[in-house]
Design a protein around this ligand. Structure first.
Ligand SMILES: [Zn+2]
Length: 160
């Protein structure tokens, strides 16, 4: 079966940066299951997998624009500590989810100076060229329930 929209695809993957350092990998763990065509993977990887048959192995180089985005200075903002109520002791590297015009976004605390906190809404992998090694280990039709939920049930997916 080939990978097309609304099919459940199960992959093993390793993600490396330009220097060859491993950033993320499913190797040694459960493979990742996702629904093709729903923006569950970075755009460049989903595009490269479209039409590929079960069992394919491929290496994909994804430019930042089709990966985790190009760094946007407009996503960096300084806010008073008190506006981050309930976050406890705020330290560099902590992450918060916040609603923005473009939907939910993760902000990372880039700096804490006095009562001011600098939040960076860029993805930690923004500006990075992504090097994926992928092995397609399963392709099947999604169930109607999975399509309604927008995620995979069972192995490699949600259990609820
Ligand atoms: Zn569900």
């Amino acid at each position: 079966m080939d990978i097309t929209a609304d099919r459940v695809v199960t992959i093993h993957y390793t993600l490396k940066d330009d220097s060859g350092a491993v950033l993320d990998s499913s190797s040694g763990g459960e493979p990742l299951a996702y629904i093709q065509g729903h923006g569950n993977l970075v755009a460049g990887l989903e595009k490269a997998l479209e039409g590929k048959p079960d069992g394919t192995t491929l290496a994909v180089v994804v430019p930042a624009a089709e990966g985790y985005g190009v760094r946007d200075e407009g996503l960096i903002q300084r806010v008073p500590k008190r506006s981050l109520q309930g976050a406890g002791d705020i330290k560099k590297g902590m992450q918060f989810q916040a609603r923005t015009e473009d939907g939910m976004r993760v902000f990372t605390v880039a700096a804490v100076v006095g009562d001011m906190v600098t939040l960076d809404g860029n993805h930690p992998l923004a500006d990075q060229t992504l090097h994926f090694d992928v092995e397609v280990v399963g392709v099947r039709e999604a169930t109607r329930e999975e399509l309604e939920h927008g995620h995979v049930h069972g192995a490699g997916g949600h259990h609820h």
